[in-house]
Ligand binder design. Structure first.
Ligand code: IMP
Length: 200
């Protein structure tokens, strides 16, 4: 169990997410990658909500390796686009397209909108032998008129968090990690793990 070993497998093939979460989580939680447990497989992601996908990914890897697992699923929800791209953020410009194509399509679809408000929402799900828990993290902001910055990943160059005058991709990673959707969800996960530890 996590509370005994301090080990958690992160069910992701996204090296950026792994790096971010390792910087956010406290040292006593050892976050193992799929490579660390010698698991080289595609993880299914067929749900219609962030909650479903996050649970599906964590459960899939837990059932394969028998260890405590977490997975995250993230969406960029844009108000003027009725919450799109949302759960379809990764393949907004179509299967096989990259972040650049996704951002270009987003900026084209936003061209006529004055309301540029948006939010990133992450759901992290923890699956152990006998428990399933989900933790949500949200950061609000707006969509920039053009991409700026080259740190971070995904839609970071077009997302300006509330109160900032730059995109996530223009900030040092420590600044993103202090307030990001993934940081908020991770802190909730850590609070839960610590309280579970106190209860046992
Ligand atoms: P998923 O959670 O891996 O399915 O990611 C969905 C989409 O959101 C992908 O296009 C990611 O690149 C993007 N994404 C996930 N997390 C972030 C983030 O922290 N910043 C910017 N884009 C992200």
């Amino acid at each position: 169990m996590t509370r005994k070993t301090g080990k958690l497998v992160f069910a992701t093939n996204n090296s950026h997410k792994l790096h971010e979460l390792r910087s956010i989580l406290p040292a006593h939680i050892q976050l193992l990658s799929l490579a660390d447990i010698d698991c080289h497989t595609d993880i299914p992601e067929t749900g219609e909500t962030l909650e479903e996908n996050s649970l599906q990914k964590a459960r899939f890897i837990h059932d394969l390796c028998g260890m405590d697992c977490i997975a995250d699923d993230t969406g960029l929800e844009v108000n003027a686009l009725d919450g799109a791209p949302g759960v379809y953020s990764a393949r907004y410009a179509g299967d096989g397209h990259d972040s650049k194509a996704n951002m270009e399509l987003l900026l084209r679809n936003m061209a006529t909108h004055t309301d540029r408000s948006a939010r990133f929402r992450t759901v992290i799900t923890l699956v152990t032998d006998d428990e399933v828990h989900a933790f949500e993290g949200i950061v609000t902001g707006k969509i920039a008129t053009e991409p700026a910055g080259d740190s971070g990943f995904g839609y970071d160059p077009v997302f300006i968090p509330t109160g900032w005058d730059m995109t996530f991709a223009q900030a040092p990673e420590s600044r993103k990690n202090a307030i990001s959707h993934r940081a908020v969800a991770s802190h909730r996960l850590v609070e839960f793990l610590n309280s579970a530890h106190d209860r046992h």
